[in-house]
Design a protein around this ligand. Structure first.
Ligand SMILES: NC(=O)c1ccc[n+]([C@@H]2O[C@H](COP(=O)([O-])OP(=O)(O)OC[C@H]3O[C@@H](n4cnc5c(N)ncnc54)[C@H](O)[C@@H]3O)[C@@H](O)[C@H]2O)c1
Length: 265
């Protein structure tokens, strides 16, 4: 199959109406903001997150076409269950957002624990690999769009986050490979690369680096960002939703920084 240009050119939000979307790490942060925007655009949403996640905020969105699936993105059997539940409830899968991720501990490369490295790679890299594999299988024959959430740590070195940086580079590499392999099936694959964003992931990192003064960590981090602040989860979600939609119909294999100018410096 050749990836065709859409016959009409809808505004991107309306082009998502009625589409079946699956978001991992959906219960909070960037995932939750993405679910909110997808639901507002009229998409049906499958929200995939760990067992015991705080689902209450997601439920309070009031989305009627919402299916919650509890599972671990690093487990192939959980992906099989998530996809089969999606197909059973909604009949197809059009959009997959591989968003779930963990930061791991912050510290020098020479002190990085082997098991911590493995766990970050298991969730962030293996989790995206499994999502690409099972998600693309479900999209074969119809086409679709996959958005992977990498990071500015997926396009630069930084420091003190060797496991996270390795895993997010892996996400960018898999995005490019999948885009090429899946183009003829009409499946687009792109990545977003956010700078620090106001979510619990970053707040807990601030507390772990400086329990006595997490605000000082924030001041130091935002000083490096030309726009002088963290991103809001909604700002990242807007780019994810754009890439997921037909408004991005000729985009595939990209890894887009969304970083307040950080990577321009
Ligand atoms: N917050 C940032 O500064 C920032 C910057 C760049 C990239 N990112 C990336 O954005 C994504 C979302 O991060 P966030 O900031 O919203 O973090 P968050 O910690 O607020 O939310 C992450 C969500 O993923 C879920 N999750 C974690 N491990 C999982 C697993 N094994 N299986 C299923 N779900 C799992 C968590 O339960 C949680 O709901 C991550 O991939 C992260 O690396 C975040």
């Amino acid at each position: 199959m050749t990836a065709q240009a859409p016959s009409s050119w809808p505004a991107h939000a309306s082009s998502l109406a009625g589409l079946v979307t699956l978001v991992t790490g959906a219960a909070r942060g960037i995932g939750l903001a993405t679910v909110a925007q997808l639901a507002r655009a009229g998409a049906k949403v499958v929200a995939f997150d760990l067992s015991g996640s705080p689902w209450s905020e997601l439920r309070s969105l009031g989305a009627t076409e919402l299916l919650e699936v509890e599972g671990d993105v690093g487990h192939g059997s959980d992906w099989e269950r998530a996809i089969s539940s999606t197909l059973e409830r909604f009949g197809r899968l059009d959009v997959l957002v591989n968003n779930a991720g963990i930061s791991g501990e912050i510290g020098p490369l020479v002190d990085c624990r082997d098991d911590m490295f493995d766990e970050v790679m298991r969730v962030n890299a293996r989790g995206v690999f499994l999502g690409l594999k099972h998600g693309a299988r479900a999209m074969m024959g119809r086409g679709g769009s996959i958005v992977n959430v990498s990071s500015v740590s997926g396009i630069g070195g930084g420091r003190y986050t060797v496991a996270y940086t390795a895993s997010k580079h892996a996400v960018v590499g898999m995005t490019k490979l999948a885009a090429v392999e899946l183009a003829s099936a009409g499946i687009r694959v792109n990545a977003v690369c956010p700078a620090p964003t106001s979510t619990e992931m970053v707040f807990s990192m601030e507390r772990s680096v400086s329990p006595a003064d997490p605000e000082a960590v924030r001041r130091g981090m935002t000083r490096m960002i030309p726009m002088g602040r963290y991103a809001e989860p909604t700002e990242i979600a807007q780019l994810i939703v754009f890439l997921a939609s037909d408004a991005a119909s000729f985009m595939t294999g990209t890894a887009i920084p969304i970083d307040g100018g950080l990577k321009a410096g």
